[in-house]
Design a protein around this ligand. Structure first.
Ligand code: MLT
Length: 525
């Protein structure tokens, strides 16, 4: 399998891919046309923020399974197209936190003390002291917009610099902020009161121009703003106007609406300091993000859950181990039902009982859906796009969970309903991690879901199992296991057979002719 790495992704990450037997091609960067041309040969693509992975590129990536971003921001990737195509998008959210935080603090100090301007003057032979009188950080208020992983670490360091820290983040509770020594306030308060304002948010349609003309008007004339997060969060034109008219004391900008950028009105202002998107550019961070993303590429190509996917529910650390057998069970139960169901599915109910109920059900749902749709959609469906497919088809999904346990320590029960048909299947995982089907449409069974299975619905009467087994045997198909479940003596019953290979259609027809057999289905998992 082949991996294309662009934007100078660190070699240490690429090494582990090569060691795992993947063929890695590395390039500086590529534009849309070049990328469209070559991407069809690759199963994985790794980029940093420098390459735009557009919808046409993704559509051309016929073999593409994962797009890895060696950094936090994924706004350069068309995630909705990737999701529709079932391509995982994964980032590296941890590796460059320290680099981003330190760059923020470095820019804040440089801005406060006019270091870049003084440096550039002195190198031109100008000894200027008066012009570059700065301000101290101690006692000043830092306003952080976005108190996520990076914002929080900026807050901790700012407290160390004896700054007062306030923050705006609607997703953080005040107790958490209090522990950091940060006052949570509305956005307007940050804008009106802070001496330094720094944004630590992703670029989305909601955060684009979050600091626009109107918001910048609220700032104090002595305030200074920083953007080392993503270009576009601050409106560059409005920022230029605010700085030029003296409504703002200064700005430190590392990221721009268009990149690379070599000329801008902002560059002409002496109270603006700039760096060319260096936020994550430390040796340590580049090594760490490359390793982080490479590990997810390997997980994805090996069919394992991806740790830092941004377009599917993420299962981290210990949880991945705990959930893995249940995901396997969920997919098998889904696959079983997807083959039993002959008419279009209208509703799906997924119920998790027992110890499973403590976890987020989203990954289990994705695997059930992938299993359910696979028989009809084949490889066009995977656990990334399965929920989108369900939504597009108007299928209603209900997730239920309960800690109550009956006979099994954990149980996944799935009920699918169509207009005239419905099926219910329940399964569990034993302590060794082996999945079992324990109930089918109300019949208790204990069958391991295997590659080839026969489901025979029949009357509960003697001289039936033998003739059915004879038809299977006549096809030279070996029966590995067999289970019979009934609700009441002499009523209807179900026979679940694990067989070693496929049974031809004609043989199924023959089984249907056996006296007492009501229906038979071949299931391939
Ligand atoms: C990030 O989002 O982590 C960085 O901006 C990525 C980069 O340095 O290209």
């Amino acid at each position: 399998m082949r991996v294309l790495a662009l934007d100078g992704v660190d070699q240490q990450g690429l090494n582990i891919l090569e060691k795992a037997g993947l063929e890695v091609t590395s390039h500086a960067t590529m534009d849309e046309e070049q990328l469209k041309e070559v991407i069809r040969d690759y199963e994985a693509l790794i980029v940093r923020s420098g390459t735009r992975v557009t919808a046409p590129v993704i559509m051309a990536g016929k073999k593409l399974k994962i797009i890895g971003c060696a950094g936090v921001g994924t706004d350069n990737i068309d995630i909705s197209t990737a999701s529709e195509k079932g391509i995982v998008v994964a980032n590296a959210p941890e590796g460059n936190t320290v680099a981003a935080v330190e760059h923020t603090i470095a820019m804040m100090l440089a801005l406060a003390r006019n270091i870049p301007q003084a440096n550039s003057n002195l190198k031109q032979g100008i000894w200027e002291r008066k012009k570059y009188i700065g301000v101290e950080l101690r006692g000043k208020t830092l306003g952080i917009i976005g108190l996520g992983r990076i914002g929080r670490e900026v807050a901790r360091r700012a407290r160390g610099l004896e700054m007062k820290v306030m923050a705006y983040d609607p997703y953080v509770d005040s107790e958490q902020a209090e522990r950091l020594g940060v006052e949570l306030v509305p956005l307007k308060v940050v804008l009106k009161e802070a001496d330094f304002i720094t944004v630590h948010l992703p670029l989305t349609k909601d955060t684009r121009h979050l600091l626009g003309k109107e918001q910048l008007k609220l700032l104090k004339p002595e305030a200074r703003v920083l953007n080392v997060a993503r270009g576009g969060i601050i409106d560059e034109e409005a920022l230029y106007e605010a700085l030029k008219s003296g409504n703002l004391a200064g700005a430190a900008i590392d990221v721009f609406e268009e990149e690379p950028l070599t000329s801008s009105p902002l560059f002409e202002l002496d109270n603006v300091i700039v760096t060319p998107h260096l936020v994550a550019s430390t040796e340590e961070a580049q090594r760490a993000v490359a390793l982080e993303v490479a590990k997810d590429i390997l997980r994805c190509l090996n069919g394992e859950p991806v740790r830092n996917a941004v377009n599917i529910p993420v299962i981290r650390g210990h949880l991945a181990k705990v959930l893995h057998p249940y995901l396997n069970l969920a997919e098998k139960l889904g696959g079983f039902l997807g083959q039993l169901m002959e008419s279009p599915i209208l509703t799906i109910e997924i119920c998790c009982n027992g110890e499973l109920a403590q976890y987020d059900l989203a990954p289990i749902t994705n695997y059930v859906l992938k299993g359910l749709f696979r028989p009809r959609l084949g490889n066009d469906v995977n656990y990334v796009n399965a929920p989108l497919i369900a939504r597009k088809r108007g299928i209603r999904i209900r997730e239920k969970k309960s800690r109550d346990m009956d006979y099994y320590a954990n149980l996944i029960t799935i009920e699918v309903k169509g207009r005239r048909e419905s099926h219910k299947l329940a399964g569990t995982v034993n302590p060794e991690g082996t999945p079992y089907i324990v109930n089918l449409n109300g019949y208790s069974v204990h069958a391991s879901p295997s590659s080839h299975m026969l489901v025979v619905l029949h009357l509960d009467r003697p001289r039936l199992v033998g003739p059915v087994a004879m038809v299977v045997g006549d096809q030279e198909v070996n029966i590995a296991e067999m289970q019979v479940g009934r609700q009441e003596k002499g009523g209807e019953a179900v026979m679940l057979m694990n067989i070693d290979s496929e049974v031809p259609r004609e043989a199924l027809q023959e089984i249907r002719q056996v006296d007492g057999v009501l229906d038979v289905r071949y299931i391939c998992l």
